[in-house]
Design a binder for this molecule. Structure first.
Ligand SMILES: Nc1ncnc2c1ncn2[C@@H]1O[C@H](COP(=O)(O)OP(=O)(O)OP(=O)(O)O)[C@@H](O)[C@H]1O
Length: 742
């Protein structure tokens, strides 16, 4: 096979034995590739795509490949295209895409390349729509009569629970009518009455929400999958066409698929007979997004060939060993098979100190522990940067919003360059809010809040007393409700130079705004004199962070502009940024895909964002005992637990005559949730630790003494589990792992 020469070379030279088995298995067979971190999942999946198409002379469009992120899709297309080119072929028609891209393509219709793209709502628009709908529903006159057991005074909790249930109902393809059909007869009281009402209310809100989406001609992400599913189900001929078209289906990150995504897959391949699923159950950290790692155990995959990938090309063995220790207690819990724990490092053993565990000395108090930990990390990073300046470094945290401050402060003080990723809290950063204040003021001169913020910012540094005087003068002179600070400037006995500069700056911005698009205006502002002075006046370390945040804002402005169907106005953009400030996204969501890490610049991010990435050195900081807290939720729809909870609705709390009553399902729900939550917590640390290539440092702000004093509360404390393990291992001369105190 001369044209396949390069493919063969690729299969022989670039793959290990198990990868090759997976790749070259017959296209009529189903495969379940259970792979550990860093074992080359993407590489194997691309190779299987190539073996199925180039190797088997199957046209590329007859293999459907589904991924979870645009980034993964891009990588797959790029790697496959390269091999096609080497075989003097072009990969033009293909079905490599994200799940959502695939659904859109089905919905977009028949044309394979020209997709009529419906308007897809951003996460923010979705939150805003929810808020608007909640307000509208609360205005309905007969709400309390229709649902007498619901407490509309506590409406945020009610709507939160109902919207979450709606997500899961859509993912189960359950219609509002199906919920209504499960309702108890009229006249029930107490908890049964409450159950009846929440189910009825959820069904009504669900129908209302979907009607609204249709009216606005919008789709949100769950709706895309829902509609694609029903589109195929309701059009058997069309469904049959797709079944025949796809000779084989490849699915990446299978542990992250939801119930609904599996159902969709089954529509395309009813007995899952020609599919290859790849994933790692030990990296299941998206339960909160309805990911269902149990999909791996679907009975229809029972006959699939099981191919384990256990040779890791990323980390030293000690890094893999300590990561495996974190999830060892779960090995008997059917979440993964015990043999999946064994991952072998291709790089073999690491040098001394390639894994470090560190906690404060006993003399360090609980209050001082956090500072001591941050200082230790900063000093380790400084040493690393001196000895290995070209290496990448990450600081991984459970929550950037809650935990990052002490580390960021010390990085700034020590002049350590860093970038913080993650949606949560981005719009709270001072420099970000200051720039948004400029845009707001350019757009609306009467925006006093924006004027005040800007005048007071490090860009102009005006005194509060002056601003107060200015406000009084401005109000007196304009005598209108919509007065602007600027109107008072000429009334001042003496106008300070900074105030004049602010006035001129805003006037210039307004002039530019008249001829530039909003994103170009942002670029113009940031490249101007005022900002270069501002950047120069920042301390080393801080400057890079401020620049990185502002350039991120500029990229967001560009993305916003690109996504608009009509020319975006400055007002639109200001509204968009204001929305961000109002609804902060879960911090695991990133506004933009993290860029490839720059060597020497510490990448601060949540573990969730780090999934799929790798760094030379990884610091997993702020490790604390894992404490499961019961969410303050009123009810929860649990599609997998219909046999436990009537209609799948678990009643957790509700408003009785004498205040809040615990629902009868609360205890059982807590028991199930706690187990899930604690398991996911271990998986999160497993993901974090396996990002490290050559150095892993695990730190906690708690000294051994503080931990002792915590007694029972330190029950689920990974750090302590790991140090005990290391101490045992030390007898065995386990020198690459070091345990020290700072
Ligand atoms: N057979 C192989 N020979 C050499 N290097 C390999 C081989 N297979 C994979 N690799 C390399 O191993 C590294 C990790 O691969 P990849 O990123 O695909 O892992 P992964 O399984 O997706 O990891 P994770 O689940 O942790 O994100 C990559 O740099 C890849 O090129």
């Amino acid at each position: 096979m001369s044209s396949g020469m390069n493919l063969e070379e690729f299969l022989i030279e670039e793959l290990n034995e198990n990868q090759r088995i997976a790749v070259t298995s017959a296209s009529e067979m189903s495969l379940r590739i259970v792979a550990g971190p860093g074992t080359g999942k993407t590489k194997t999946l691309v190779a299987r795509f190539l073996a199925l198409t180039l190797g088997n002379s199957l046209p590329a469009e007859r293999v459907l490949a589904l991924t979870f992120t645009e980034k993964a899709t891009g990588e797959m297309v790029e790697r496959a295209s390269q091999l096609y080119q080497q075989n003097k072929l072009t990969l033009s028609q293909h079905w490599i895409s994200t799940f959502h891209g695939f659904c859109l393509r089905i919905l977009g219709g028949q044309a394979e390349t020209e997709i009529t793209r419906p308007h897809i709502m951003t996460e923010l628009e979705r939150l805003k729509l929810r808020q608007e709908l909640s307000r509208e529903i609360l205005l309905l006159p007969d709400l309390s009569e229709s649902y007498p057991h619901l407490d509309f005074a506590d409406h945020p909790a009610l709507f939160d629970a109902a919207f979450l249930a709606i997500e899961r109902l859509r993912d189960s393809y359950c219609t509002p009518e199906e919920i209504l059909a499960k309702l108890h007869p009229v006249g029930s009281s107490g908890e049964e009455g409450y159950r009846r009402d929440i189910m009825g209310f959820t069904a009504e809100l669900y129908r209302y929400y979907r009607e609204k989406l249709a009216e606005m001609a919008r789709l949100d992400f769950p709706e895309m999958v829902y509609q694609a599913y029903y589109h195929l189900k309701d059009n058997p001929d069309l469904c049959q066409t797709y079944r025949e078209r796809f000779h084989h289906i490849l699915v990446d990150e299978f542990q992250d698929t939801s119930r609904g995504q599996l159902q969709l897959l089954k529509l395309l391949s009813p007995d899952l007979s020609r599919v290859t699923v790849v994933g790692d159950r030990k990296q299941s950290i998206y339960g909160w997004r309805n990911a269902r790692p149990e999909n791996f155990d679907d009975p229809q995959l029972a006959g699939a060939i099981q191919v384990p990938l256990t040779l890791n090309y990323r980390s030293y063995q000690e890094i893999l060993d300590i990561a495996a220790r974190v999830i060892l207690p779960l090995a008997d819990s059917q979440l993964f098979l015990p043999e999946e724990l064994t991952i072998t490092a291709n790089n073999k053993s690491g040098p001394q100190g390639c894994v470090t565990l560190a906690c404060p000395e006993d003399s360090v108090s609980k209050e001082e522990g956090l500072k001591a930990e941050a200082r230790f990390i900063a000093s380790e990073i400084k040493k690393l940067k001196e000895t290995q300046p070209d290496k990448t470094i990450a600081l991984l945290l459970r929550s950037v919003r809650i935990q990052s401050r002490p580390y960021e402060e010390i990085f700034r003080a020590e002049g350590i360059e860093y970038v913080t990723w993650g949606a949560g809290g981005f719009y709270d950063r001072q420099e970000v809010r200051d720039l948004i204040a400029i845009l707001r003021l350019v757009e609306d001169p009467s925006d006093g809040q924006a004027f005040y913020r800007l005048a007071h910012s490090p860009l102009f540094k005006l005194e509060q007393a002056l601003l107060y005087e200015l406000a009084l003068k401005a109000r007196a002179v304009t005598k209108e409700r919509n007065w602007s600070f600027e109107a008072g400037i000429e009334e001042l006995a003496e106008v300070p130079q900074e105030l004049r500069e602010l006035q001129t700056f805003i006037a210039e911005c307004r002039k530019e705004a008249a001829q530039l698009t909003p994103a170009l205006l942002v670029e113009w502002i940031l490249s101007g004199e005022r900002y270069s002075q501002y950047f120069e006046s920042r301390r080393a370390g801080e400057r890079e962070r401020v620049e990185a945040n502002l350039s991120k804002l500029m990229r967001l402005a560009n993305e916003f502009e690109k996504a608009q169907t009509e020319a975006a106005t400055l007002k639109d953009m200001v509204e968009y940024f204001n929305l961000w400030i109002e609804f902060d996204l879960p911090e695991q969501e990133e506004l933009l895909v993290p860029e490839d890490p720059k060597p020497g610049v510490v990448q601060v991010m949540t573990v969730h964002l780090s999934k799929g990435l790798e760094f030379d050195s990884v610091f997993v900081a702020g490790i604390k005992p894992s404490q499961y807290r019961v969410e303050n939720r009123l009810f929860s729809y649990e599609p997998d637990l219909e046999y436990e909870f009537e209609g799948g609705f678990a009643i957790l709390k509700y408003q009785g005559e004498d205040g809040r009553i615990e629902g009868s399902n609360l205890a059982r729900y807590k028991e199930i949730q706690k187990k899930r939550w604690l398991a996911e917590e271990r998986f999160v640390y497993y993901v974090a630790m396996t990002r490290a290539k050559s150095k892993l440092c695990l730190t906690t702000p708690y000294s051994e003494q503080v931990i002792k004093e915590m007694k029972g509360r330190a029950e689920n404390f990974l750090f302590r589990e790991l140090t005990s393990w290391v101490e045992e291992k030390e007898n065995l001369n386990f020198s690459a792992i070091t345990y020290l105190h700072f």
